[in-house]
Design a protein around this ligand. Structure first.
Ligand SMILES: [Zn+2]
Length: 254
């Protein structure tokens, strides 16, 4: 892949940039800012790099074809099938905000192992990190979205605080929302300014994780800033993305 000097943004057709983290308990207040995505010219290089990993369904929507790739890109233009379930989900041995067994504690094996190392390092430095929500099935996301559609009186409104089923990165098993006791286990933007949020941003890449929806990259990722949502992409990609203050989409368009 050649280097792309200029940063190009994606065409975002959806009206609002919204987080994909809403779950039970829902932290809907975290994305009340209704930032509008400007339509920008798509970079041909970026489009080509990502076009290779989608297929077009009968209804015209794009379905991701490289689900098992740790660099898989799922966003508002790139859907997962309703039946996609990661083949190697395990529960990482880290503190969670809930005690009981729950599918939302699961992650893909490689990501779970890396997460345990990240949390071990945090513990050593007396940084209090708590897992809140990792894997979410299509059916669970569908239920959450349905509930929010009813609550807000429409899908468009619901999409401002939650992802459409098939578009939540949590379905990949590679993402997890992190919180802390200080945050009362909520997912809010101010987490990014707490010692835990600052530590997480700085140390996550060493273990293969990125802050997937960074501040100022809303037009590229399609999502508001989410300092709590980390995504496993592997060490090499994570370190390059972090060092360039970049995104997964930009990394894949180089
Ligand atoms: Zn999330």
């Amino acid at each position: 892949m050649g280097k792309m000097r200029s940063i190009a943004a994606f065409v975002l057709l959806s009206a609002a940039i919204t987080g994909g983290c809403s779950s039970e308990p829902v932290s809907e207040h975290s994305n009340t800012k209704q930032q509008e995505a400007k339509q920008q010219n798509n970079s041909p290089k970026t489009a080509a790099a990502l076009a290779a990993t989608v297929t077009t369904r009968g209804n015209g929507t794009k379905e991701v074809t490289n689900m098992l790739d740790t660099l898989v890109v799922v966003n508002k233009q790139r859907n997962m099938g309703a039946d996609y379930e990661p083949p190697d989900l395990v529960e990482p041995n880290i503190p969670f905000s809930i005690e009981k067994k729950d599918p939302k504690k699961l992650m893909r094996k490689e990501a779970a192992a890396a997460l345990e190392q990240l949390f071990a390092q945090a513990k050593e430095e007396h940084i209090d990190l708590v897992g809140q929500s990792a894997y979410r099935s299509y059916a669970t996301q569908q239920a959450v979205f349905k509930r929010l559609t009813k609550k807000y009186g429409g899908e468009q409104e619901a999409n401002k605080v939650s992802s459409h089923p098939g578009q939540s990165e949590h379905q990949t098993g590679l993402a997890i929302d992190i919180t802390s006791h200080r945050m009362g286990f909520t997912l809010e933007e101010k987490f990014g300014e707490t010692p835990e949020g600052i530590w997480l941003k700085e140390h996550a890449p060493k273990y293969g994780f990125i802050i997937r929806y960074p501040k100022g990259k809303e037009e590229i990722t399609g999502y508001s800033y989410e300092p709590w949502h980390i995504r496993y992409v592997g060490k090499e990609a994570a370190q390059e993305i972090a060092s360039k203050n970049s995104t997964l989409e930009e990394y894949l368009s180089q």
